[in-house]
Design a protein around this ligand. Structure first.
Ligand SMILES: *[C@@H]1O[C@H](CO)[C@@H](O)[C@H](O)[C@H]1NC(C)=O
Ligand SMILES: *[C@@H]1O[C@H](CO)[C@@H](O)[C@H](O)[C@H]1NC(C)=O
Ligand SMILES: *[C@@H]1O[C@H](CO)[C@@H](O)[C@H](O)[C@H]1NC(C)=O
Ligand SMILES: *[C@@H]1O[C@H](CO)[C@@H](O)[C@H](O)[C@H]1NC(C)=O
Ligand SMILES: *[C@@H]1O[C@H](CO)[C@@H](O)[C@H](O)[C@H]1NC(C)=O
Ligand SMILES: *[C@@H]1O[C@H](CO)[C@@H](O)[C@H](O)[C@H]1NC(C)=O
Length: 331
């Protein structure tokens, strides 16, 4: 129980009276009494090319008509359609109708063949004797993201140089991530992302920054990763000395290659001569005999590459050793 004002018959009655009169005056005002209507999207993340349903939650049983608008307000210029449940149900198209919108039971609006430009606010106004309502919903249409591409502003970066990588993707990609050699890239003082993550700037490049870069783009309905884009980091002091170091590198490569070729040649020759020395002895037992010899003359096989066709030494050896074998057998 509240406290009774000191003078019950005084100013309070006047205020209460004024309030009630004001209330009764405002009551009939049409738009003010509309209950808020929440709208259910099915599916919640609609995709380009497919459809979506916008259904008022708990529509009144006695609804007379409902109007749908492509706008955050019930503005006649943005009216898509009006729906009379009937029976029979009647749909009356408005100026914002695109040929893809239909209404159905419960005032649900269905939009077919969605495009990205269907993204926006939608409003429904429900007329009913007992519970008129008004509600808006924001519809976001998603696209299956196409594969992004990575563009470096240079692919050969001097040590301590700066380079940038751009991830080319749809504006509707919500998340852009970077990978170097398959591992997630963490931003740092040297690895700087633009606010939308679409540009990566690498400062004071080191050898560790060389590798294959990819970007990965995501939205609620898709994920897509670019092909790798390779960046190399040269040790050279970048300005001025470019040609000098390049020549040095070339010289190194040439010398290295020549040395490699020479080495391969020597090995090939060595193997070749070993094979030729071996083949004549591939007659079973003599192999054992021959392999026992090298410890006494290590350079033997290489020193006699020209003579293998000459069967003399081999047969001599065979003949010399065979008696030993027989001797061993006799023992
Ligand atoms: C309204 O649009 C729907 C869907 O395009 C169509 O089937 C219907 O005939 C249209 N109604 C009127 C009255 O034009
Ligand atoms: C949708 O409505 C909200 C609230 O009125 C507004 O902030 C937003 O900009 C609207 N969005 C579009 C795409 O019109
Ligand atoms: C690449 O971008 C960086 C940073 O903007 C700049 O310093 C560098 O000179 C650019 N390289 C080329 C080849 O444009
Ligand atoms: C930007 O990249 C950072 C680090 O990879 C990530 O945490 C963040 O979610 C990304 N933001 C956007 C909008 O892509
Ligand atoms: C890059 O190198 C310069 C010169 O060595 C240095 O002053 C600067 O602080 C470095 N910047 C970063 C982000 O490491
Ligand atoms: C790159 O920076 C490092 C550290 O500041 C320095 O030691 C090195 O000499 C620099 N290299 C070139 C090629 O400028």
């Amino acid at each position: 129980m509240g406290r009774i004002p000191p003078t019950p018959g005084g100013p309070w009655t006047g205020i209460l009276l004024a309030a009630s009169v004001l209330g009764s005056c405002l009551q009939p005002a049409p738009a003010q009494t509309q209950a808020p209507v929440s709208i259910v999207l099915t599916p919640p993340s609609p995709v380009v090319g497919r459809g979506v349903s916008l259904a008022p939650h708990n529509p009144p049983q006695d609804l007379v008509t409902c109007n749908w608008y492509r706008s955050a307000t019930s503005d006649e210029n943005s009216r898509i359609l009006s729906y009379y449940p009937g029976p029979p149900p009647v749909q009356s198209n408005g100026s914002a109708h695109t040929g893809r919108e239909t209404a159905g039971p419960g005032c649900a609006l269905t939009i077919a063949g969605l495009t990205l430009s269907d993204t926006g606010n939608y409003t429904v106004r429900i007329e009913s004797p007992t519970s008129p309502g008004l509600g808006s919903v924001y519809l976001r249409v998603y696209e299956m993201l196409p594969r992004p591409t990575v563009t470096p502003n240079q692919t050969q970066v001097p040590e301590n140089g700066t380079f940038t990588l751009t991830c080319n993707t749809s504006p509707s990609a919500d998340t852009v991530l970077w990978l170097l050699d398959g591992a997630s890239l963490v931003p740092s003082e040297r690895l700087v992302l633009s606010p939308d993550n679409r540009t990566l700037t690498v400062l004071n490049a080191t050898r560790g920054d060389a590798g294959t870069y990819r970007c990965e783009v995501r939205n609620l309905v898709s994920t897509s990763r670019s092909e790798p884009s390779t960046v190399t980091v040269a040790y050279a002091p970048s300005p001025g000395a470019h040609s000098g170091l390049s020549a040095g590198a070339v010289a190194g490569i040439v010398i290295g290659s020549l040395a490699g070729v020479a080495l391969v040649g020597v090995m090939a020759y060595f193997l070749y001569s070993r094979c030729r020395n071996k083949t004549p002895t591939e007659n079973g037992a003599p192999v054992l005999v021959y392999e026992n010899l090298p410890p006494t003359a290590g350079a033997g096989p290489v020193a006699q590459p020209g003579s293998p066709p000459d069967p003399g030494p081999t047969y001599e050896t065979l003949q010399a050793r065979q008696p030993d074998l027989y001797e061993e057998l006799k023992k």
